[in-house]
Write a new protein. Structure first.
Length: 152
């Protein structure tokens, strides 16, 4: 699993990312964090708990769009149990704000999946807080706000 995560990370770094931030001026830390955000989406789509575990700090504070709060273990369990069962998660208008060994990432997201056998499309905004600990960027806090939600 670790090699699959690393391969995914390399692909994310090499693959052009769609966002509002100008990639030509992005430094190495901004580029890496953007790749980590994309790796998070892929790991969540594939229910790759080991990959997510490597991206998230043990002290993760996660606030979901419905106001529910989860620590890292609870978030990983929610992803593993497929709430929702996400087929695709994409980010847009992503901007990284660096503050030394910390970064705040803001952007939008679209999530397509299945809830109770019905297709669901969610659109929202997110804010992620990353900290560089001993050369490794880890997400320490994440919050999402739902903009629209439709069921088919």
């Amino acid at each position: 699993m670790k090699s699959a995560f690393l391969a995914c990370l390399v692909l994310c770094i090499a693959w052009p990312l769609h966002s509002g931030q100008d990639r030509t001026n992005a430094g190495p830390d901004e580029s890496k964090i953007l790749a980590l955000e994309s790796a998070w989406n892929l790991a969540e789509e594939n229910k790759d708990i080991n990959a997510l575990d490597q991206l998230l700090a043990d002290s993760l504070a996660y606030t979901d769009f419905d106001g529910s709060f989860m620590n890292k273990a609870q978030f990983l369990t929610a992803v593993k149990n497929g709430t929702p069962n996400s087929d695709q998660i994409t980010n847009d208008d992503v901007v990284v704000h660096l503050y030394g060994n910390s970064a705040i990432v803001t952007g939008g997201y679209r999530e397509k999946g299945i809830v109770k056998g019905k297709p669901v499309l969610r659109r929202g905004r997110f804010t992620d807080s990353w900290v560089n600990q001993n050369g490794t960027w880890l997400c320490v806090a994440s919050q999402s706000t739902l903009i629209s939600h439709s069921q088919g």
